[in-house]
Design a protein around this ligand. Sequence first.
Ligand SMILES: Cc1cc2nc3c(=O)[nH]c(=O)nc-3n(C[C@H](O)[C@H](O)[C@H](O)COP(=O)(O)OP(=O)(O)OC[C@H]3O[C@@H](n4cnc5c(N)ncnc54)[C@H](O)[C@@H]3O)c2cc1C
Length: 396
Amino acid sequence: MLKAEVSPFIENNESSVFSSQQLYWLGKAKAFAEAIPLEDIINADTQNVFRRDLFEAACQEGFGDLPFPTTYGGSGGDYVSFCLVNEEFARCCVPIMSSLGVHVLCQEPIYRFGTPEQKDRYLPLSSSGKYLAAFGLTEPGAGSDTAAISTTARLIGGEYVLNGTKTFITSGGVADYYIVMARLAGFDGLVDSDARSITAFIVERGFPGFEIGQKFDMLGMRGYSTCELVFNDCRVPKDNLLGQPGWGRKVALSSLGKGRVTIAAQATGWAQGALDCILRHLRQGHAEGHLDPAMGGLASLVGELAILVEAARVLTHQAARKIDNGDTDVVLAGMAKVQATDTAMTVATEAVSIIGPHGINPQLLVERIFRDAKAGQIYEGTNQIQRMLIARHLLQ
Ligand SMILES: Cc1cc2nc3c(=O)[nH]c(=O)nc-3n(C[C@H](O)[C@H](O)[C@H](O)COP(=O)(O)OP(=O)(O)OC[C@H]3O[C@@H](n4cnc5c(N)ncnc54)[C@H](O)[C@@H]3O)c2cc1C
């Protein structure tokens, strides 16, 4: 008889593995996720609409700034807590989860590299949810190869003037400000094409010359207003340069090193959500007397999937603990991201197969997890690229 209920690792280790503060955040996340009607979750996906009200409610609960100090309004939690929240949100397909992850990813470099004025201007409003942030790195001709970005910034008359296009930007159509990477022309004698010229800027939605481009209607990760951003002689005040000229890659890495751990947590949640669906289906079939989980190799498969989920969770928490120890490890973050998103894809695929025709019934959410998990293997660095980076590090 299959025994496990949801999140067995978390349930079984509540007293020994997690601090009371981490359990507090887990409890809050569970309550928040369970209060969202299933119909709302399905509608955000099918209608491809972003739920700003839910995002603001999540920020009011302290999820939008959870891993940041209280100085600028942060919740003062740790990264393990943020992972537990993300895992719980993904398990229930909370429709603002990905925007929340990116929102935190964007505040990170402001905390780290921002001027006091930038911190005052953007962080408290981000904490309260009045401002939503998005991250603009990818371009039509530069995804995996970020050094190939062609958006330019030129200092003209005391302002930076940006030209170019960013694509597949989560929250792109609804954000209030964007962390944007562009090549700074003429910086330190470097030519525009030199990767060392990449510089980070904070661009507000209302800046002249900023436009929202095409909105994408994707297979998965729907409801996040994923869009193109167009910079058409976009004028950015000089004070909105983030960090120093030429620090763009450093700024991006500070965000992505943590962002990949967030994605690993989300993917662990998808995997757990899909496993929960399998277990519920098998228990019900067993209770009704038409399904014996021990037959046909199903029990062995379920055991295998459960092992994969726990492995993803352990690796993710390991990467999060390193962040909490002040030692963000981009290689470990990449490993966690690959392991967890591949696991989510595997478990979701098996779930759809085992559950049969009902596996593609949106009411069960497993078909949404199946579609979202595919996107998880692609964004913030594809899993193929992550493997190459891990190997390159080991071979150094
Ligand atoms: C849902 C979603 C949300 C996203 N949100 C954001 C966001 O908020 N901000 C942002 O900046 N970007 C975002 N992205 C973009 C995402 O980060 C990129 O799609 C990703 O980095 C891959 O880049 P690409 O699409 O250009 O693919 P490509 O780089 O063209 O890669 C295509 C394929 O080729 C493989 N490949 C590429 N180079 C190599 C190589 N050298 N060797 C072997 N294989 C290779 C890749 O692994 C991949 O399988 C998002 C994407 C998605 C799908």
